[in-house]
Design a protein around this ligand. Structure first.
Ligand code: NDP
Length: 434
């Protein structure tokens, strides 16, 4: 905390992780001998830069850009770029820290990184977004590359922004290095299923958790927060597997549709027209719109999928979910549950899928996109989807096995942390004091 003042989200992520390390250190003192914990919480590199751009009125605006290259022990840095006004060094570091272990858990050969800017894409014209992205990339290009650091999307960064980033990178560096970004459009090196991967993967993870207890998604009531990339495809897969999704949200409020959310409307509003979720009720007047985000967790449900942002489920919201009989919670977003909320879920035997495990599907398919770019060959939708499903199942089983082995049977928070940690730590030891 003294070394990283004011970085509360980073402290929170490290704290959650450190709780899981006690049994590992007790069993194997080499991690103490090699001072792994102190090394692993320190990013290899943190890049901060000025991003000047000109708005439509001809005024010069300045934002701040970030890239944290957290850990490259098991592969090139890999992680998304976030554009949101809340972005700061602590948020980027928490995301990069989490990414390191998530990527390890995915079984793919990728290290951990993350980046972004405090730029707010909301309300900006196409031209402004493009000029901002080009300026951002004019600095970031120096630090990335297909074998070095491979960015992707995150909050506020979707196919449009990735396209502009790739275009500018190509313009500066020449050639067509498709493997330098993932989440690209399908016409220029993107992978099928990447768009769907985080949401689908999260629901595949829920399926695994339920299967273990002899249950399924069929007929379950589901609440999903957010209405962005992760939320939309979590809803889609949950519906395909027979569940009824009754609510979703954006940063202004949430809609409750007791008949089941109409996904086509949500896709049209959010993916095509970039409008607000409150407009959903214009087309579906029987649905309710409520201002404010946290109220979504008061809707009774069997399965809750927080897919918006960090710390969106407080202790109070977790208690309400438990009181209303929630069976499973899987984190589509990064760190959406506070530490207190996680405790409530674990104490009440809610099946809890932590972000590192439950939302690793996105980065896993990103790694598959990198493989396809290297091969200059594309797999079919069915092939990538089958690989994603297998990866989510492996992540579930490896996390459960680690939890069991270290005396925390059924605790996926501890299991995912330990399973993710061991590969990174052992690789760091093998590579010497670097
Ligand atoms: P999007 O930008 O596509 O969607 C984000 C959604 O969350 C929007 O509905 C947005 O509402 C809402 N939201 C954002 N910030 C806030 C906030 N402060 N309070 C309330 N709601 C908010 O992002 P993604 O779907 O890509 O990302 C969502 C989460 O999933 C993030 O935590 C991200 O790190 C994580 N994640 C994403 C992956 C991916 O592949 N995209 C992979 C793994 C994790 P509004 O439209 O009003 O801004």
């Amino acid at each position: 905390i003294q070394r990283n003042p004011g970085e509360s989200e980073f402290h929170q992520a490290v704290k959650e992780f450190m709780y899981s390390m006690t049994p590992v250190l007790e069993r194997d003192p080499k991690y103490i001998q090699y001072n792994i914990l102190e090394r692993i919480v320190e990013p290899e590199r943190m890049i901060t830069f000025r991003v000047p751009w000109v708005d439509d009125q001809g005024r010069i605006q300045v934002n701040r850009g970030y890239r944290v290259q957290f850990n490259s022990a098991i592969g090139p840095y890999k992680g998304g770029i976030r554009f949101h006004p809340s972005v700061n060094a602590g948020i980027i570091k928490f995301l990069g820290f989490e990414q390191t272990f998530k990527n390890s858990l995915s079984g793919m050969p990728i290290g951990g990184g993350k980046g972004g800017s405090d730029f707010d894409p909301k309300g900006k014209s196409e031209g402004e977004v493009m000029r901002f992205v080009q300026s951002f990339m004019t600095e970031l290009y120096k630090y990335i590359g297909p074998d070095e650091d491979v960015p992707a999307g995150d909050i506020g960064v979707g196919p449009r922004e990735i396209g502009y980033m790739f275009g500018q990178y190509k313009r500066i560096c020449g050639g067509h290095e498709a493997g330098v970004f993932t989440g690209k459009g399908l016409t220029y090196g993107g992978s099928l299923v990447r768009k769907e991967a985080t949401g689908y993967g999260c629901v595949y993870f829920v399926e695994e958790m339920l299967k273990e207890k002899g249950m399924s998604l069929e007929g379950r009531t589901v609440v999903v927060s957010g209405s962005g990339n992760v939320a939309i495809y979590a809803m889609e897969k949950a519906m395909q597997l027979g569940a009824k999704v009754v609510a979703c949200s954006d940063s202004n409020g949430y809609v409750y549709d007791p008949q089941g959310i109409n996904l086509e409307t949500v896709k049209q509003l959010k993916e095509v027209e970039r409008r607000r979720i409150k407009d959903y009720v214009q087309e579906h007047p029987h649905a309710e719109y409520h201002e404010g985000c946290s109220g979504i967790w008061t809707i009774p449900c069997d399965i809750a999928l927080p897919c918006a942002t960090q710390n969106e489920i407080s202790e109070e919201s977790a208690s309400i979910l438990v009181k209303n009989g929630v069976i499973a919670v899987a984190e589509g977003a990064n760190m959406p549950s506070t530490l207190e909320a996680i405790d409530i879920f674990l104490q009440n035997d809610v099946l809890f899928g932590p972000a590192k495990a439950a939302n690793a599907g996105g980065v896993s398919v990103s790694a598959l996109e990198m493989s396809q770019n290297s091969m200059r060959f594309n797999w079919t939708f069915e092939e990538v989807d089958a690989k994603l499903r297998q990866i989510m199942s492996n992540i579930y089983r490896n996390s459960m096995a680690a939890a069991e082995e270290y005396g925390y049977t059924g605790n996926l928070v501890v299991g995912a942390n330990i399973a993710g940690f061991l590969k990174v730590a052992d690789s760091m030891i093998a590579q010497g004091v670097v």
